[in-house]
Design a protein around this ligand. Structure first.
Ligand SMILES: C[S@@+](CC[C@H](N)C(=O)[O-])C[C@H]1O[C@@H](n2cnc3c(N)ncnc32)[C@H](O)[C@@H]1O
Length: 259
């Protein structure tokens, strides 16, 4: 967990590295992103049958989640504390209204929208500190007051119950090596009145498998197949959690459970 998390992404060099090296073609992150794209586009098509949602992407960075859902939403809003990240999002074609928000203080005000909503919080919870995690989910709760309002989708890219955990001793004290348990993510969401209704994993194998030329193809096939089997998310390195508010539109609690 990093206490300087928002500051790190103010640096244009970090932003360039994120977009052009971490998400270069053929990287582990890009392979995971492609599988997430297939899953998310299907999720939106089957979950919003009557009206397409408006997307609110918190800590949107370069607009990866916005670009994934392009064409399936009525409008998109990206919120981020880094001007440099927002500039890169516009440059790489994130079709959205982009908003700079303060990194701390009161929970940012979402742009009002009508009809169903999908809130995305990708690749942020793992390394952010507790208060940023809480702010992100509190922000989602403002736009999603009850279970009929829409969906919240959050990413954990360092599930502790995965092969990645085998490296935790070697990486002890390394600021970018955080881990999150499924129960921690579910607990964070529950604190803000959300219940996880679906969970999907997008890589059982770790980054190292993708950097060895001989086995990269095999790793891609294994992870691609695994990403189609929901229960394997238990041991996946990279996981998406889909949640709804437990509150019913009439104010009663505990009604979530439909996708
Ligand atoms: C690793 S990037 C993820 C970007 C994008 N969501 C993705 O999945 O590619 C983390 C992002 O969180 C943003 N961020 C960090 N702290 C924040 C805060 N307190 N409020 C809003 N955004 C924040 C950073 O500026 C950065 O763009």
């Amino acid at each position: 967990m990093r206490s300087d998390y928002p500051e790190v992404f103010q640096d244009p060099a970090v932003v360039d590295k994120y977009q052009h090296q971490v998400y270069a073609p053929d990287t582990y992150a890009t392979a995971v992103n492609q599988r997430q794209r297939r899953y998310l586009r299907d999720l939106v098509r089957r979950s919003f049958l009557v009206r397409r949602p408006v997307q609110h992407d918190f800590a949107c960075g370069t607009g990866r989640a916005i670009r994934i859902l392009h064409g399936l939403v009525r409008a998109a809003h990206g919120y981020d504390s880094s001007e440099a990240m927002l500039a890169k999002a516009a440059q790489v074609g994130a079709y959205a209204s982009l908003h700079r928000v303060d990194p701390a203080g009161p929970v940012p005000e979402p742009v009002p929208s009508t009809g169903p909503v999908i809130v995305t919080v990708f690749r942020t919870l793992l390394n952010a500190d507790e208060s940023t995690r809480d702010r992100a989910i509190a922000f989602a709760a403002r736009i999603l007051p009850h279970w009929e309002s829409g969906l919240l989708v959050v990413e954990n890219h360092g599930n502790r119950s995965s092969l990645r955990h085998l490296r935790h001793r070697r990486h002890a004290g390394v600021p970018w090596f955080d881990e999150l348990l499924h129960s921690q993510v579910a607990g964070l969401l529950a604190r803000h009145g959300f219940r996880v209704i679906e969970r999907r994993g997008f890589a059982l194998l770790t980054r190292g498998w993708y950097s060895r030329r001989g086995i990269r193809r095999v790793a891609q096939v294994v992870d691609s197949l695994a990403s189609r089997v929901p229960w394997l998310s238990r041991w996946a390195v990279n996981v998406l959690y889909v949640a709804r508010r437990t509150q019913s539109p009439t104010g009663e609690g505990g009604t979530a459970g439909r996708a």
